[in-house]
Ligand binder design. Structure first.
Ligand code: GDP
Ligand code: MG
Length: 213
């Protein structure tokens, strides 16, 4: 089974432009999906040696009478259920819009691997415009311009890197429930003093009591 990579985001952020950009590199077979989707585009693409199935959710807005939220939910539910990797696209020219936040929340709930693609960064020098989008809470944030082909190679590299790892779902995690916290810093700044309950007895009396000989 080919990895399924699904492009999602609000209207006009450049989903279809990115789809065409990635497909344009080397197209294979085009599928037509029966069912609810009106014009969901699915293509098998060879991304520099790696075959994937690319899905453009663009145009998928089922019914104008539905509320925006239910449209989003429906789009996310149907199109993203089978996705192995989500390309969540936002528009650098618009900044973070309310609808981006709603998409972000819904996408995050899916617990899938996500690249936040910040589109319309038309020149490399404006890459820093992507920084504000870290607020949406995704660790992989990539600036691109789908039209001007800026950052597309980096995006392809990132896609290939991510899908080369097997998917680990929360249910696969070992049963460690406590968070692991690392104390780091250069030598002699007081890392051990900080974590040693004896030397910290006056700050953490409960720890000292628990460690009495
Ligand atoms: N300036 C700029 N415009 C872009 C870029 N990518 C897409 N667009 C424009 O944004 C508009 C919406 O693009 P489209 O791909 O149809 O968005 P979709 O609704 O998310 O599929 C079109 O006018 C595109 O030409 C980009 O990298 N830079
Ligand atoms: Mg579109």
């Amino acid at each position: 089974m080919l990895p399924i990579i699904t492009i999602v985001g609000r209207e006009n952020v450049g989903k279809s432009t990115l789809f065409n950009r990635l497909v344009g590199r080397r197209t294979a077979i085009t599928h037509r999906e029966p069912g609810i989707t009106r014009d969901r585009n699915i293509k098998e693409v060879n991304l520099e040696g790696t075959n994937i199935k690319l899905v453009d959710t663009g145009g998928y807005y089922p019914d104008e009478t539905q509320s925006l939220k239910s449209k989003i939910r429906e789009q996310i539910d149907i199109s993203l259920k089978s996705a192995d990797l989500i390309l969540f696209i936002v528009d650098a020219k618009d900044g973070i819009m309310a609808l981006d936040n709603e998409f972000a929340t819904s996408v995050r709930k899916l617990n899938k691997r996500v690249i936040l693609v910040v589109n319309k960064i038309d020149i490399e020098a404006r890459k820093s415009q992507a920084l504000e989008f870290y607020k949406l809470g995704f660790s992989e944030v990539l600036p691109i311009s789908a039209i001007h082909s800026v950052g597309i190679d980096a995006l392809i590299d990132k896609i290939k890197e991510i899908i080369s790892y097997p998917t680990i779902r929360p249910s696969d995690y070992p049963t460690i429930t406590l968070p692991l916290i690392a104390i780091i810093g250069r030598p002699n700044v007081g890392k051990s003093t900080y974590i040693n309950p004896r030397t910290n007895a006056y700050r953490y009396p409960w720890s000292a009591a628990a460690n009495k000989d």
